[in-house]
Design a protein. Structure first.
Length: 248
């Protein structure tokens, strides 16, 4: 059963709006190589995505049976950040929006729906990708994994986004691909819809206890009675909207 029409929509990024697994696996492989280690293969890394870079590195270290102390782990995380940022800096990113994602954002934005991204990815990386892919113009806010004291599955980032947008949590929808999104939304008291093509830490997203599945994000405007508009041909707004996502 579809929940009542929302007053705002919050989107997860990795595995929901964008397919970023290839870039993440490449940056991780380069970080591990810097320390003389082999990283897990890309298909394994895909199953580790979801709780942010520190957890990703922790899972990769465990998968490779490496013995690292806290300092070694922190150094590996920093090298991952370095290489992931470098992919953006030299325009080597392969990340792309999933089919229907751009059209859905445009249609919702055109209808005046407040939109935000709430991700466990570092804020600067999320903003960089959204700007490069010309999606930032549709968003009022980006909340990154370092924007709040806690990250998903804690509800704090979702509650922060709702507060910023001036919308009660129960009147917003969360759209994601993983158990982290579902748990965060449930704890925040908001409906949650999931896409079946995401990462979900290696588990089938169709098994998630969400309020409904969206085979494509293009279905979302249709469910809300909106037409799906064609993608814009113009440039990207680089105003203050994305920077406003940093809460601490």
């Amino acid at each position: 059963m579809t929940a009542r029409r929302p007053e705002a929509v919050l989107f997860d990024l990795d595995g929901t709006l964008l397919d970023t697994a290839g870039d993440i696996a490449l940056a991780l492989a380069r970080a591990f190589a810097d320390h003389g280690h082999a990283a897990p293969p890309p298909e394994a890394v895909r199953r580790m995505i979801g709780k942010g870079a520190p957890f990703l590195v922790q899972r990769a270290v465990a998968a490779q049976a490496l013995a690292l102390d806290a300092a070694g782990h922190a150094a590996l995380v920093e090298r991952f950040f370095h290489h992931y940022g470098r992919l953006q800096a030299i325009d080597e990113c392969a990340a792309q929006p999933y089919p229907g994602a751009r059209e859905a954002l445009q249609a919702l934005h055109a209808a005046g729906m407040p939109l935000a991204v709430v991700t466990n990815k570092q804020h600067r990386f999320a903003c960089g990708l959204l700007e490069r892919l010309e999606l930032s113009i549709f968003l009022r806010l980006v909340v990154g994994g370092d924007s709040c004291e806690r990250r998903k599955p804690d509800p704090q980032p979702l509650l922060h986004a709702c507060s910023y947008l001036g919308v009660a949590p129960g009147r917003a929808w969360m759209v994601g691909d993983s158990v982290n999104d579902v748990q965060a939304a449930r704890a925040a008291g908001m409906p949650v819809y999931c896409v079946p093509y995401g990462y979900n830490e290696g588990e089938d997203p169709r098994s998630l206890a969400c309020d409904g599945l969206l085979e494509s994000l293009a279905e979302l405007p249709v469910r809300l009675g909106l037409a799906v508009a064609p993608a814009p041909q113009g440039g990207v707004s680089s105003g203050p909207l994305l920077a406003a996502g940093v809460a601490g």
